[in-house]
Design a protein around this ligand. Structure first.
Ligand code: PRP
Ligand code: URA
Length: 362
């Protein structure tokens, strides 16, 4: 288990007790502070919160004067459930009922000797789930709207409800939309979707010198990105994404659906050599039977990719089910979940044949 730990000046002494307790029990990610000099607790709380939120650490421990400020600050980070627990009973209940992932304690309220029983209780108590899970789901739903994340999720499927996305989906479905408009809209939709999908990419703090002063800024950290369109129709989504992430590498997978069997036929595959080190977005506007998407995902995994998301404009339940069954580790992002497939394997109500509408081939 990996634990992110942080304190301000008032929690500094308590932090030594926490580090001592964790020695040999867990790997520690120490976010400071490293002396008794005065610091602002939110700076530390956000670092620990982000470590947990982004999966870098499994849980976090924060120490300040009372534990209250740290908990308030950490709770501003998406996915964090932080509370002040200055006694073992609270620590135990915070796990059982609240699945607490960041525990805060106060160096002006408890003695270093009290740290071990509190952490014992916190680490040894499992989350009870059940009715408590229903309540946490309600909090998560509220959090999603507070963070302005316009999606609902069903398992690993995220439907992006952003008003701009839904407005453009209305135009793109319209049979009167021209090839030129269709092509522009596919690009715009891909860009808007990826803007939403990437909102939690990890950032690293950097220093930059403006013409007037040196200031803190951020740069994207962690895994590098690659987009892999499934030919042909996936090509239409590439430029909209590269406008936002110009350094992403681009792979290509050529598949077409046999009109009789509806099974995918592979005709091309060229991927960046380091796919295993990259976060991959597979692009295909239509997820119908799921044959093309599952084949594309298998090809990419065979070459070493591990963190893969599928980005489609419209999906049918059949396609979603197939991808979830064969690739449960892949997150699926869509702008609309339609009702069913017709007898020719087209998504209903859908938008018709995406490749033909994109390239004017019909
Ligand atoms: C379309 C679409 C997907 C696939 C979806 O491609 O772009 O790749 O169908 O259907 P599935 O989920 O049932 O596999 P198509 O085979 O028409 O090729 P194209 O993009 O070259 O037109
Ligand atoms: N491919 C498309 O382009 N459209 C569909 O509805 C299904 C597969």
């Amino acid at each position: 288990m990996k634990i992110a730990v942080g304190c301000d000046h008032a929690g500094f002494v308590l932090k030594s007790a926490v580090l001592e307790y964790l020695k040999g029990r867990a790997e520690v990610l120490d976010h400071g502070t490293f002396s008794g000099d005065r610091v602002d607790y939110p700076d530390i709380a956000f670092k620990v919160g982000r470590s947990v939120s982004q999966g870098e650490a499994d849980r976090g421990v924060l120490l300040c004067g009372t534990g209250i400020g740290m908990a308030i600050a950490a709770n501003k980070i998406k996915g964090i459930r932080a509370a002040t627990c200055n006694d073992p009973e609270l620590a135990s209940l915070s796990r059982a009922h609240n699945d607490l992932n960041v525990l805060a304690m106060g160096g002006r309220v408890i003695e270093p000797a009290q740290v071990a029983p509190i952490l014992d209780a916190w680490f040894s108590t499992p989350f009870e789930g059940g009715r408590h899970l229903i309540r946490l789901d309600k909090i998560a739903a509220c959090e999603a709207s507070a963070f302005n994340v316009h999606f609902s999720s069903v398992g690993s499927v995220m439907v992006l409800h952003h008003p701009l996305i839904q407005h453009k989906m209305g135009i793109i479905r319209d049979k009167k939309t021209t090839v030129k408009e269709f092509r522009e809209l596919v690009q715009e939709l891909a860009g808007l979707m990826v803007y939403e999908i990437t909102r939690n990419l990890p950032l690293t703090e950097i220093e930059v010198e403006t013409p007037l002063a040196v200031t803190k800024a951020f740069t994207l950290s962690g895994k590098k990105l690659a987009v892999v369109p499934v030919l042909r129709a996936g090509l239409g989504m590439v430029d909209g994404i590269l406008q936002l992430i110009p350094n992403a590498k681009v792979g290509h997978i050529g598949l077409y659906r046999d009109p009789e069997t509806l099974e995918p036929v592979e005709y091309y595959c060229k991927l960046p050599p380091d796919v295993g080190e990259r976060e991959i977005f597979v692009l295909d506007p239509m997820l119908a039977t799921g044959g093309s998407a599952t084949a594309a995902l298998s090809l990419i995994k065979d070459r070493g990719a591990e963190k893969i998301s599928l980005v489609s404009l419209i999906a049918a339940p059949e396609g979603v089910n197939r991808v979830q069954a064969e690739h449960p580790d892949v997150d699926i992002f869509i702008a609309a979940l339609d009702t069913h497939l017709n007898e020719h394997g087209y998504i209903m109500p859908g938008l018709g044949d995406a490749g033909d509408r994109l390239f004017g081939t019909k």
